[in-house]
Design a protein around this ligand. Structure first.
Ligand code: SAH
Length: 214
């Protein structure tokens, strides 16, 4: 797939929109500039790749709004080398943004078709995260602990395994709620048994489902 001047121009415009909506981190805006979102969409949607909307990516799932990706990434406060577990690889766009920021990423997806498609695109962009087909409710103990955990689907509750696999001082960003709306929540693990929680308003995600899809 080609990254034309036109796509780059549209990306610039999206970045201005993200800034206007309050995204401040220069590193995150640079990561958006370096990540061609149209690579992650089906051909039918390519011309709208840089509008601030969600799109179908197959298996009934959607790629998150650019603003949502930027907002969650800002809450995560990623530095070069930060170890991140992402639940819900989906299109792989958010995964690629984390990689562009220099994070060491482990990402899990429960839909095989999406896992395979995202794996191809992420590698084509030159990133090298560890990608797994599996159930995010369990986290990935083999690579734990994580400094950050990011859930990109609407969770009915906070999965215990994700809290356990977080380092003390680590941050879990998770949209919590069933139905159409979730409350964006940031949970900081302040000790082995204590957590602090802050909320950031309503967002809308596809649901976090149990087990891998058939
Ligand atoms: N970060 C993605 C967002 C995709 S939507 C992107 O940038 O495109 C959320 C994804 O979470 C969907 O692909 C869905 O299949 C996946 N998902 C839902 N429940 C899950 C679970 N228990 N484990 C892993 N992935 C899950």
């Amino acid at each position: 797939m080609e990254d034309s001047l036109r796509h780059k121009g549209m990306r610039r415009q999206l970045i201005e929109e993200l800034k206007a909506k309050g995204i401040k981190s220069a590193a995150i805006l640079d990561a958006f500039d370096a990540t061609p979102r149209h690579f992650f969409l089906d051909l039918a949607f390519i011309n709208q790749a840089y509008s601030n909307t969600a799109f179908q990516i197959g298996a009934g799932q959607t790629i998150s709004h650019p603003y949502t990706v930027a907002f969650q990434t800002e809450l995560l406060d990623i530095k070069k080398g930060t170890k991140v577990l992402e639940i819900g690889t989906g299109s792989g766009f958010q995964t690629s943004i984390l990689c562009a920021l220099g994070a060491k990423v482990v990402s899990i997806e429960r839909q095989r078709e999406l896992f395979q498609k995202a794996s191809r695109i992420i590698k084509a962009l030159g990133h090298n995260p560890k990608l797994f087909f599996g159930d995010g409710y369990k986290g990935r103990i083999a690579y734990a602990p994580y400094e950050r955990v990011l859930v990109t689907c609407g969770a009915p509750f906070v999965p215990e395994a994700l809290l356990e696999q977080l380092v003390v001082g680590g941050i879990l960003v998770i949209p919590i709620g069933e139905g159409d709306k979730q409350i964006m929540t940031k949970i900081t693990k302040v000790s082995a048994t204590e957590y602090e929680q802050q909320t950031y308003g309503d967002f809308s995600f596809v649901p976090m489902l149990e087990r891998t899809a058939k």
